[in-house]
Design a binder for this molecule. Structure first.
Ligand SMILES: [Zn+2]
Length: 468
């Protein structure tokens, strides 16, 4: 695995095991991240299970760990547990920049606790790594921003442009109480940002197309999220005198049509831009294919659709996720219900998905409904502005990285902030392998100390260069 060593951080990495308990003062960024992991700021789908004392204790830890941020900047608690921090710039005529992250983490799947190399909430720092839930998602993002700001304050740095930090507390369960309320608060204040940067992008070391070079992925768009509920109603009754078509049969047939007719593949702007940027670094024939998408886009999209990982970048995906019907083996149910989850490519809208599915189902006995949908962020500018600033920050830390715009196939808190800025970027400066990325929300989540130090330096550069 290629390593990018920064001279200023290298000295910290050679010590091997840095064991410490929460009573010790954390003296390095890695030790502080390890300590942050020990707070069980866990989001549960059932909000009554959330232990908000852990969030209060976590706030106290942040205040103690970043004294300059909490004494010199304007800090406001929003909706009890989220944090809004403003660093006023010297030139109020410049539009501010927004940095976001979240403090909550997902629970450990019951029964998998013992599969962890180190307990998920111990915050163990060993073997050049920081282990635990949140080490990648997203305590490194939150702490990384605070490390960057704290060190810049210590150096006497004064931004020309105002910098704002918004740290939500429920990203993993919709973000409505955290980012949603932070966005409302900022809208009340009339704040409008030149651009924002959230979690959701990183530097990848083992991209299968470019295994020899780190690839920095700045996600400039994300897929939309929509769940449709399909309900079949009809004749029920005793199974000894069954109806010709049961509600289960009717709904199953509709679902089969939906699954067998995926949305067509399509090459959207950010994905095309990613491939075109990588093109010159590739061997033939990919170099030709990626450099001439005007000609080859359809073929490339079809090839990408054959792999589940890349398939989601070239089509609006369809996932049948729930099916419920029946209460007893000898009763034909009068009602069958299913849920289908869609992730929308830029350009598709909930309306176009509903229209497509309604036409496929083509059955008046099946009712199609949906909850209120979230706003879908647009495609941000990847030719200049914030994208150029983030690129410059990456190059300062990873000079050999190939920097590409791309499309995030998951969702983040970003969608709550879209009325505050036209340009949302998703990028953090950590260096990870693709295999490591699967530990997010899974088992054995960790971050390399070097990778975290790099991420802090990228955050510092984004602040220094962005605040000009
Ligand atoms: Zn996250």
């Amino acid at each position: 695995m290629p390593r990018i060593l920064m001279p200023l951080a290298a000295g910290l990495l050679l010590g091997g095991i840095a064991s410490f308990s929460s009573a010790d003062p954390a003296t390095s960024p890695a030790a502080r991240l390890g300590e942050a992991i020990q707070f069980k700021t866990i989001s549960y789908q059932d909000r009554s299970q959330i232990d908000f004392r852990e969030f209060r204790r976590f706030h106290a830890f942040l205040r103690a760990s970043f004294p300059l941020v909490f004494s010199q900047l304007e800090v406001e608690k929003v909706n009890g547990y989220s944090l809004l921090i403003r660093w006023p710039g010297s030139d109020p005529s410049l539009a501010p920049i927004l940095f976001t992250a979240h403090m909550d983490v997902v629970p450990i799947e019951p029964g998998t606790e013992d599969d962890w190399e180190h307990p998920p909430f111990a915050g163990v720092v060993a073997d050049g790594r920081i282990y635990g839930r949140g080490s990648l998602d997203d305590k490194q993002g939150l702490l990384g921003n605070l490390e960057a700001a704290e060190s810049l304050l210590a150096e006497g740095f004064v931004p020309a442009r105002t910098l704002v930090f918004a740290f939500g507390h429920d990203e993993e369960i919709s973000g409505k109480d955290g980012a949603g309320k932070l966005a409302e608060r900022m809208a009340e204040k009339g704040w409008h940002f030149a651009w924002m940067v959230d979690e959701g992008g990183m530097v990848v070391v083992d991209n299968p197309l470019l295994p020899d070079k780190p690839v920095a992925i700045i996600n400039v768009a994300e897929k939309g999220y929509l769940t449709l509920t399909l309900v079949a109603t009809g004749e029920g009754g005793h199974s000894s005198r069954p109806p010709r078509i049961s509600t289960i049969g009717r709904l199953s047939a509709a679902l089969e049509r939906i699954e067998n007719n995926p949305f067509p593949t399509r090459m959207v702007g950010p994905v095309a831009a990613m491939l075109e940027t990588m093109g010159p670094h590739l061997a033939q024939p990919n170099r030709f294919f990626f450099s001439n998408l005007w000609l080859t886009g359809g073929v490339v999209a079809d090839r990408m659709s054959e792999d589940p990982t890349t398939n989601s970048m070239v089509r609006t995906t369809t996932a049948l996720t729930m099916f419920n019907a029946g209460i007893k083996e000898n009763v034909v149910p009068q009602r069958a219900e299913a849920k289908v989850n869609f992730r929308l490519l830029p350009g598709d809208t909930p309306e176009t998905v509903v229209a497509y599915i309604t036409e496929l189902v083509d059955d008046p006995a099946i009712e199609i409904s949906y909850d209120q949908w979230d706003k879908i962020p647009g495609v941000s500018d990847y030719t200049g502005g914030g994208f150029a600033v983030i690129s410059e920050a990456i190059s300062a830390v990873y000079p050999e990285a190939v920097i590409v715009p791309s499309l995030l196939v998951a969702t983040t808190d970003t969608r709550h902030y879209i009325d505050l800025t036209d340009n949302q970027y998703r990028f953090q400066g950590m260096l990870v392998s693709l295999s490591q990325a699967s530990s997010v929300h899974g088992t054995n989540e960790y971050i390399d100390i070097q990778s975290y130090e790099n991420a802090v330096e990228v955050a510092r550069q984004m602040m220094i260069l962005g605040a000009r």
